[in-house]
Design a protein around this ligand. Structure first.
Ligand code: 0GY
Length: 298
């Protein structure tokens, strides 16, 4: 049995979040969260760049119920590499209340993908953040897209704002739906009307297959908790401009934060700041994730 020790500077998720003031509408989806291990059951990948604390499916489902979320989208975390077993096990245990986003190698077989689809996987993630992975050439990702497209899956991309220009032509060559993590990680000390965020908004404007997760105020904010005020204009701009192509999520268990662990209750209370009307909230939390992840059931 493998045993793992979390990194010395690892911050463990908040085990006692506050109850949010905002009531999530029925059917709400946390469309960005992870499971880590437990490492003695689902070992962390040898090539990982961090070793987290264990944060398994039971803890995720307890948080789901506490916050008033109904469903989860569990995104494969880089600490598990292309070994999707922890995520798949969580999907199966969720009895239809979770969908997944996997990380796969281009040599993945059709049968493996079909099995993942049956378990609830509906997308793959391409990660370009160098502190998490060593990005591969475009050809590597094209080979994966050819294999997943027939399943109707989408691609989730995670990149730093500074890398968008360089990756633009590859990203925009994708014909599947494409979901951008954390609004493309804007520098929120810059103006929401500045050139960097304009480039991101243009990506969304010009490509109707692009979706955006308005997630991770705790990663982007300089002002910090509980209100993450400096992130609000960015997220609200995206929600109001692309109401039918936005997703929300907690990012539990919040990997790689250095200064503090967010209170997941405050992460829920951020929602009405960025989606101020019941109509925008229903689209963000229910209609959009249902259309992308549960379309087979509709
Ligand atoms: C996130 C963000 C991070 C980590 C990962 O898969 C991962 O390891 O995505 C990060 O460190 O910014 O979306 O959870």
């Amino acid at each position: 049995m493998a045993t793992f020790t979390m990194d010395a500077d690892w911050l463990v998720f908040d085990r006692a979040p506050t109850r949010p003031t905002f009531s999530l509408p029925p059917g709400s989806v946390d469309a960005h969260c992870h499971v880590f291990g437990p490492g003695d059951v689902f070992p962390y990948a040898p090539e990982r760049k961090y070793t987290p604390c264990d944060a398994g499916k039971d803890q995720l489902f307890a948080l789901r119920d506490f916050l008033g979320v109904d469903n989860n989208v569990i995104v494969q975390a880089t600490c598990h590499g292309t070994d999707n077993r922890a995520m798949l096990d969580a999907l199966v245990s969720a009895n239809g209340r979770a969908r997944g986003v996997a990380t796969v190698h281009p040599d993945v077989s059709h049968d493996e993908l079909a099995e993942m689809h049956d378990s609830g996987v509906r997308g793959v993630r391409f990660n370009y953040v160098r502190r998490l992975v060593d990005p591969e050439p475009d050809e590597y990702y094209h080979r994966i897209v050819e294999k997943i497209a027939p399943f109707g899956w989408h691609v989730v991309i995670y990149f730093e704002a500074a890398d968008l220009a360089e990756r633009w032509s590859f990203f925009t060559s994708l014909e599947t739906d494409v979901v951008v993590d954390h609004m493309g990680r804007p520098d929120v000390t810059q103006s929401v009307n500045g050139p960097a965020f304009a480039r991101f908004l243009a990506l969304m404007d010009e490509h109707e297959n692009f979706w955006c997760k308005v997630t991770c105020p705790e990663r982007l904010s300089v002002d910090g908790p509980p209100h993450y005020r400096d992130v609000v204009p960015f997220a609200r701009r995206v929600v109001e401009r692309f109401p039918s192509r936005v997703l929300w999520g907690t990012d539990w268990p919040h990997p790689n934060l250095r200064d503090y662990m967010p209170d997941d209750g405050a992460i829920v209370d951020f929602i009405p700041e960025i989606a101020p009307t019941p109509d925008l909230q229903r689209k963000l939390l229910v209609d959009n994730p249902m259309r992308l992840y549960w379309r087979d059931d509709e």
